[in-house]
Design a protein around this ligand. Structure first.
Ligand code: RI2
Length: 312
């Protein structure tokens, strides 16, 4: 198996060849592990500096998915407490493997927990392409529940295509709709399930652009909305008042340059994510169990084990 270098992984995350908050996190952990194995260093401080540079490069690729800095933090933790290059290398490899394994377990457990919130006969709406949200839906189908799905297109990157392919391959009856058709179909929906790129301390969920419009529509129609999110998508630094940066991607994703050139007074805006406040969300399903969004603080403090001293 060819090892991927840190710049290669960083480029693939940036261009979204590797995408989805969980996959990004695992790819970063893998890149750090491979980098630790390949890095030659005459001394421990040199090794630490080289690892730090790799970590910074990975974290800078996409600013919104908190899973990325959380994974990097977990892999890099403990680098201060060792004395030799070999000890440091071993620690990074061990923590990276542990993160990747626990991420896979989290995805499996969330699928089981989330599937139990889906009833036989339910019609579910999902937006974007979340491996954990899809995991819940596919597990419900696998366990014999008769379900149907509405999946959105997800302009501008069309992640909905990946979603409908996965649902189709799982043998699930699926309706493909454009993003702006959500309100037209909301009365046919029993449950909305989406993923998350970040969950803040006040239980707000940052997810693919359009999620908050879906949430508003669902609330107005009294349709429950659940979010599937591993605990490493909760954002520790929101405890000290940091905001989640919303990534704004280039205009080419929305309108080709040739067209833009003919429209000198038009500026394309392309935020990749939006924020859904806690009051629009019924439950967040994590691998530590389902919680009301208002309990995000407990996940950050007790499950992720972040302490205020970590920020100083
Ligand atoms: P999983 C994705 O972002 C979507 O917003 C999706 O809901 C979220 O990450 C979580 O994905 P993008 O990378 O980790 O497509 O559940 O911009 O797969």
């Amino acid at each position: 198996m060819k090892l991927m270098s840190v710049p290669e992984t960083a480029e693939k995350i940036k261009s979204m060849e590797i995408r989805g908050a969980g996959r990004i996190a695992r790819a970063a952990a893998e890149a750090l592990r491979d980098h630790a194995l390949a890095t030659q260093a005459a001394s421990y401080p040199v090794f630490k500096t080289k690892m730090g540079q790799a970590a910074d490069l990975l974290v800078a690729t996409r600013p919104t998915a908190v899973s990325l800095p959380n994974a990097v933090h977990m892999v890099m933790a403990g680098l201060d407490g060792v004395k030799t290059v070999e000890e440091a290398r071993f620690g990074v490899v061990q923590r990276a493997d542990q993160f990747i394994q626990s991420s896979h377990h989290a995805v499996e457990n969330i699928a089981r927990f989330g599937a139990s919130h889906i009833r036989d006969g339910d019609t579910i709406l999902t937006h974007c392409n979340s491996e954990v949200a899809l995991g819940c839906i596919i597990e419900a189908h696998r366990s014999g529940k008769d379900i149907e799905v509405f999946a959105t297109e997800v302009r501008p990157r069309n992640q909905g295509y990946i979603t409908i392919r996965a649902l189709n391959d799982a043998g699930i009856k699926t309706n493909f709709i454009v993003d702006s058709a959500v309100r037209s179909f909301i009365n046919d929906i029993d449950l909305v399930i989406v993923g998350a790129d970040a969950v803040t301390v006040n239980g707000a969920v940052v997810n693919k652009i359009g999620t908050s419009m879906v949430a508003h529509t669902a609330k107005e129609a009294r349709v429950n909305m659940i979010v599937a999110a591993e605990t490493y998508k909760f954002a520790p630094r929101t405890i000290i008042g940091e905001f989640i940066q919303i990534e704004e991607r280039g205009p080419d994703e929305v309108l080709p340059e040739a067209v833009r050139k003919t429209l000198p007074n038009v500026t394309v805006r392309n935020p990749a994510f939006d924020v859904t406040p806690a009051e629009f969300i019924d439950l967040i399903v994590t691998e530590a169990g389902a919680i009301p969004p208002q309990m995000a603080y407990v996940i950050i403090k007790e499950h992720l084990g972040w302490d205020i001293t970590e920020f100083t």
